[in-house]
Design a protein around this ligand. Sequence first.
Ligand code: NAP
Length: 249
Amino acid sequence: MGNSLESQVALVTGASRGIGKAIALDLAKEGAFVYVNYSSNADAANKVVEEIKANGGNAKAIGFKVQDKDAVENAINQIKDEQGKIDILINNAGISRDDLIIRAKDEDWQSTMDVNLTGAFYVSRAVSKVMLKSKYGRIVNISSIVGQMGNIGQSAYSASKAGLIGFSKTLARELASKNITVNVVTPGFIETDMTNELNDKVKESCLNNIPLKRFAKPNEVANAVSFFAKPSAGYITGQVLSVSGGLCI
Ligand code: NAP
């Protein structure tokens, strides 16, 4: 079985920055044509596309909000028309709206669920139909270590990320007979815009709990995602791999 992603088509949601960007760069380096999804930051997404092309790869930016069902359907139809297939889907787009439960706002709960969970549902449903036709697919969902462990101040975020794990295990069972695998990566503390917002006290307390005593770079998550995305990972499905420096052992 070949292990290159040459002639494969990948869609990475939320790929204009952070972990999604690192995943897009890595999949392109392995040979895939990568659709670089963004929500509002078209310039950043176009820069990712330029970087991929400068490295000899191929990519295209595609803007849509994952929680906008019609926009998702249109985007997946566009990719299908342009490429005829989608081999790899990485549901990476995500937001966090954190507060203690007693202060948690309805709108923060709802927007977190809309993007992190409903968004992954809309994109997965549309892409699954394309993958089922070609009887091949690799879906990797980016959850979070807090979906397994919980975290003070992150009730909505951790609920959405735990939901994503249950969702993925069900998809893995539903799609397995058509050679489509579905796996989950749960990052710990990764240095991106999302974690840059935290104050030094919170960062220090996180660091104290990480056995490897450091935060991770986005490419360390991308490495695990690419493993699941390759043809050679075809006998692994419904699994959860933590990239967290041993935070959850
Ligand atoms: P980030 O730096 O905040 O980047 C978020 C990315 O998602 C951006 O590309 C953004 O696009 C896109 N996005 C946001 N809302 C979207 C929407 N509604 N539709 C489509 N795209 C949307 O985030 P990150 O830290 O790289 O996190 C990536 C994923 O890893 C998330 O699911 C996050 O929950 C998860 N994660 C992160 C960490 C961590 O420590 N960083 C830990 C565990 C899990 P624009 O640029 O257009 O806004």
